[in-house]
Write a protein that binds this ligand. Sequence first.
Ligand code: PRP
Length: 213
Amino acid sequence: MTPLRIGLPKGRLFDHAAALFERAGIPLEGVSPKARKLVQTTTLEGIGDVEVLTLRASDVGAYVEHGVCAVGVLGSDVLKEQRPNVLAPLDLGFGRCRMCLAAEPGVDALALETPRVATKYPRIAADFFLQRGSPAEIIPLSGAIEVAPLVGLADAIVDIVETGETLRQNGLVVHAEVFEISARLIVNRAAMHLSMQRVRTLQSKLGAAIGRA
Ligand code: PRP
């Protein structure tokens, strides 16, 4: 049988994902997000051989949608932004944070006619303003979003808030919560049928470990 291929995000979600696999009784023995070898093979109890691909979080959806990986782990922020054509059967419960609209305390972006909004999540930000009947000018950036309002590039930002420390350090406050974020198990649509047994086993072991058997 060909190994089940799993796409895991490098960054902050990897350690949480590895800890959950361990709690589920299927530790990812020998798999490291820092390894130079990007396809790492291990064996999971009850599932068999797996190949773990350590990927950029923003690439996991594409690998799973195109069937290169049968399953993956992805934050719901990226899932909502990219909307890959995959199944997302399980909220994994880690990586919790919030997608927020933030700005300087006196700036109510929702009251401006066409607010300029800097973000790494242009689709989410555009939808948020459209749903409130006020289109925004979206300024897509790739990082250090909090600096944009401080230097006059934007009136507000739509970004992830985890501890709130980056906002505090830059004198910004949350004006609205867009949605809560957590990591999801995502599954390729065909793999749900072709590798049903192994995918179901993985899903139920992870679900049991987070109390959602
Ligand atoms: C994320 C996010 C915020 C920060 C929030 O950035 O874009 O800047 O974390 O975390 P906090 O509420 O705990 O301060 P990231 O660390 O991914 O870096 P980036 O700016 O390079 O995207």
